[in-house]
Ligand binder design. Structure first.
Ligand SMILES: Cc1ncc(COP(=O)(O)O)c(C=O)c1O
Length: 374
C-alpha cells in the first residue's frame, strides 16, 4: 500500500492522491516536548546519552508510575514500569517473557495485523475472537476459545482499526470470562492491554486500567500518538500491584528488553517524555476531523460505527472490500481493506491527514459508493 501510494503520488502529484492508509500521527508534538528537546540538546551532563538500567531511567519510570497511580485505583512504584521501544517493543517484550512454545494468545477481530507476527515471533499461536455489529468482542466466541493452552489475551481500546472504546461493562465481562477460564483450567491468563490511543478519546469515556479489573493485567503503551512522536520509539510496560509472581516477571521483562535487540529504550526519548508527562497533542483537532469526515461519509450512504477514539473510521464496504478499495483507488483514494484486519467486508480510513486531503477526497468517496451500486 505504501509503495503503491508513492507510485500514484509520483504519477499524479502528492496533492492529488488522498492517502488514508497510514496510521502516522499528523499533529505537532506539544510545546513542552520542543522545550525539553532544546534543553537536553544544550545539556552537557556527563553520561546523559549512555546506557542505563535495562528497565530505563528511574526518574522517567517514577513520573509514569505517579501518573498512572493518580488515574487508576492502583498504587504503582517506579519498579512497576519498564521503558520500551514503543508499544510494539512492549508487546514483544511481554510475549517473549511469558510465552512457552505453542501456547495460545487470543486476539479480537478486527485486529492490529502486527499482533499475529508478534505472537509468532515468540513461538505462540494466535486465536481469533469474532466480533459483534458494534465491533466489541463476541463473548460467546471468546468463551469458546479458552483452553489449557491459553496464556494471554490482547485487548486494544481505543481500537485500531475501528476507533471504538470498550465500555467498563464490556471490560468487566471479558475479565469475568478470563477468571472463569482460569478456574476451569487451573491456569493463569494474562490480559495485555495495548493502549497507545488511551488519551486520544473524544467522548470522555473513562477507560479503567486493566490491572484494576484483573490481577494479571499488564499495560503496553507508548507516547507515539498522544505526544505525536511515533518515530522516536518510546513506550512502556506497566504492571499492577497484584500481579502474580511479579519479581519473576520483572526479571524476565528486563532480560527480554536487553536481549531482543533494543538493549534499552532510547535515552533521549525517556528524558523527553519525562519532561512532557502531563502534555498531550491537541486532540480537538482529531475530534474535528472525525466529526466532519464521519458526517460527510454517512450523508453519501456509508454505514459506519461512530468511533470514539484513535484516528480511524472503519466503514462497511458496500461490495467486497478488496474490489471497493480498488474502486476508491480509481478516485486516487488509498484505504486499507478490512481483510488484513481479519474483517472482510469493511475498510479502514486513517483520518490523521491534513484537512485539505479529507475535503478534496469527498467527491471521490461519493462517486465510488454510487459506482459500486451500478
Ligand atoms: C494498536 C496498536 N498497537 C501498537 C502500535 C505500535 O505503537 P508504537 O509506535 O508505540 O510502537 C500501534 C501503532 O500504530 C497500534 O495501532
Amino acid at each position: 500500500m505504501f509503495e503503491e501510494g508513492l507510485n500514484l503520488k509520483e504519477k499524479y502529484g502528492h496533492k492529488n492522491v488522498y492517502d488514508f492508509s497510514l496510521g502516522n500521527p499528523i499533529l505537532d508534538p506539544p510545546e513542552e516536548f520542543f522545550n525539553s528537546l532544546k534543553e537536553i540538546s544544550e545539556s552537557k551532563i556527563k553520561g546523559i546519552h549512555g546506557y542505563m538500567p535495562n528497565a530505563g531511567f528511574k526518574s522517567t519510570r517514577s513520573k509514569i508510575s505517579k501518573k498512572i497511580s493518580e488515574q487508576s485505583k492502583s498504587k504503582l512504584n517506579p519498579s512497576d514500569i519498564l521503558m520500551t521501544s514503543g508499544a510494539a517493543g512492549a508487546i514483544n517484550v511481554i510475549l517473549h517473557s511469558i510465552l512457552n512454545k505453542n501456547e495460545e494468545v487470543i486476539i479480537f477481530k478486527p485486529f492490529f495485523p502486527e499482533y499475529k507476527f508478534y505472537i509468532d515471533n515468540h513461538g505462540g499461536k494466535p486465536l481469533f475472537c469474532d466480533f459483534n455489529e458494534d465491533f466489541t468482542p463476541s463473548l460467546d466466541s471468546l468463551k469458546s476459545l479458552f483452553s489449557s493452552k491459553t496464556k494471554a489475551i490482547i485487548i486494544n481500546s481505543p481500537n485500531n482499526p475501528t476507533g471504538i472504546t470498550y465500555s467498563e461493562k464490556k471490560l468487566k465481562d471479558i475479565c469475568g470470562l478470563v477468571s472463569e477460564a482460569e478456574s476451569k483450567f487451573n491456569s493463569d491468563i494474562f490480559i495485555i492491554s495495548d493502549e497507545p490511543y488511551r488519551y486520544l478519546e473524544y467522548e470522555n469515556n473513562k477507560q479503567p486500567f486493566i490491572f484494576d479489573l484483573h490481577k494479571n493485567g499488564i499495560i503496553a503503551s507508548s507516547f507515539s500518538k498522544d505526544l505525536s512522536i511515533a518515530g522516536e520509539r518510546i513506550g512502556f510496560i506497566a504492571l499492577g500491584e497484584k500481579l502474580k509472581e511479579k519479581e519473576l516477571i520483572i526479571d524476565a521483562l528486563n532480560f527480554s528488553n536487553r536481549t531482543l535487540g533494543f538493549v534499552n529504550a532510547p535515552a533521549l526519548g525517556q528524558r523527553l517524555v519525562e519532561n512532557s508527562i502531563s502534555s498531550i497533542v491537541n486532540i480537538n483537532k482529531y475530534k474535528a476531523k472525525r466529526d466532519y469526515f464521519y458526517s460527510k461519509l454517512i450523508s453519501y450512504g456509508y454505514e459506519i460505527v461512530r468511533p470514539s477514539g484513535g484516528f480511524y473510521l472503519f466503514p462497511k464496504s458496500p461490495i467486497n472490500d478488496i474490489e471497493f478499495t480498488d474502486l476508491l483507488k480509481k478516485e486516487k483514494i488509498l484505504v486499507v481493506p478490512g481483510t488484513g484486519f481479519g474483517a472482510p467486508g469493511y475498510f479502514r480510513i486513517s483520518y490523521s491527514v491534513d484537512d485539505s486531503i479529507i475535503e478534496n477526497s469527498l467527491n471521490g468517496f461519493e462517486k465510488a459508493i454510487k459506482n459500486s451500486k451500478i
